[in-house]
Design a protein around this ligand. Sequence first.
Ligand SMILES: *Cc1c(COP(=O)(O)O)cnc(C)c1O
Length: 428
Amino acid sequence: MAKYKINTTCVQGGYTPGNGEPRQIPIVQSTTFKYNTSEDMGKLFDLEASGYFYTRLQNPTNDFVAAKICELEGGTAAMLTSSGQAANFFSIFNIASCGDHVVASSSIYGGTFNLFAVTMKKMGIDFTFVAPDCTEEELNAAFRPNTKAVFGETIANPALTVLDIEQWANAAHAHGVPFIIDNTFATPVNCRPIEWGADIVTHSTTKYMDGHGAAVGGCIVDSGKFDWMAHADKFPGLCTPDESYHGITYATKFGNAGAFITKATAQLMRDFGSIQSPQNAFILNLGLESLHVRMARHCENGQAVAEFLAKHPKIEYVNYCGLPGDKYHKVAEKYLPNGSCGVVSFGLKGGRKAAEVFMKNLKLAAIETHVADARSCCLHPANATHRQMTDEQLVACGIYPNLVRFSCGLEDKEDLISDISQALDKVE
Ligand SMILES: *Cc1c(COP(=O)(O)O)cnc(C)c1O
């Protein structure tokens, strides 16, 4: 598809039906695909021809939707995965293995932190975590000779820190490795990290992209800009022959534009099978069709709620980069000029008890671990995701006992504010 504005790409990107073909993306509910000769199929297995043979690796429905997200992010190749966790795992494991090292922002989604610090550590991959607003010296000091990638989040979940994407991309490139960024909270509607130097973009499509709390999924987009062969010694998996594919070298056969995603499909999807179901890909695409419209409303509601809370006498602090006083306001003005997201976090003056009373009295916003849904939802981390921690441990990791994470949905902002207001009135 020709280059259109982001609003048009949300609606029509990725799939252009031919004469008499379905207007909506067809759901190809088939595990397998039929061929006339074994030679035809052999070419697919050798990666000599492109096509489908088994849905554990690839499916046309998924590829239409991945192509749309690829266009939205301005990449050259993309793949859907079964979840955001699978996307982040593949993004690292595609280029790092036992004995390697990765530099990551310390302000990332808890599930990703666990994946990196516990599970991938068991696989022999070491991570050094650096504060997202560290100095250039601190960031550079984290690199080792065996570092293979740098990882961060545009807007971190749940800390709501905003990353200086250019600074992190430059540091990665100075050390000859790609910068991988999880763009889940901003979405390509509000920030396209590839334009700021990121090499690989990941998503939990479960959040705003689906946006209706209906389908778990993930996506990886390659910018096609990282020159693997220029750093061939660091990336043998891409730059030396793959014996499981008759000696193909991904970086030479598919070039910088296609090597990363082809390898992740041919090796990781083949071996781990973390494919998104075509049904879920179809549901995801319904979400993408209105992503640009919904993001504007999520941001409008987030801004209104944050401004209301910032003036409320029972509120101790508010984290939202759209507020002029926020620590990340300046960096957000650069990377998120049209808005950030609908998630606001704040602390109540009465501590943990006040947060509990407040949550109990909300009528519109439901208590959920989810965020980025059309329906507003909220979470008290000290009582949910972080409940195994003592108050002292919570303070140490910046998740204060009085912190509430509030994900503004698509309801009327006046109704959301009235609901929050009446629930705050119940707090002593
Ligand atoms: C939710 C989330 C993930 C994990 O995604 P799942 O789809 O739940 O596996 C990863 N990164 C971020 C920023 C998230 O918010």
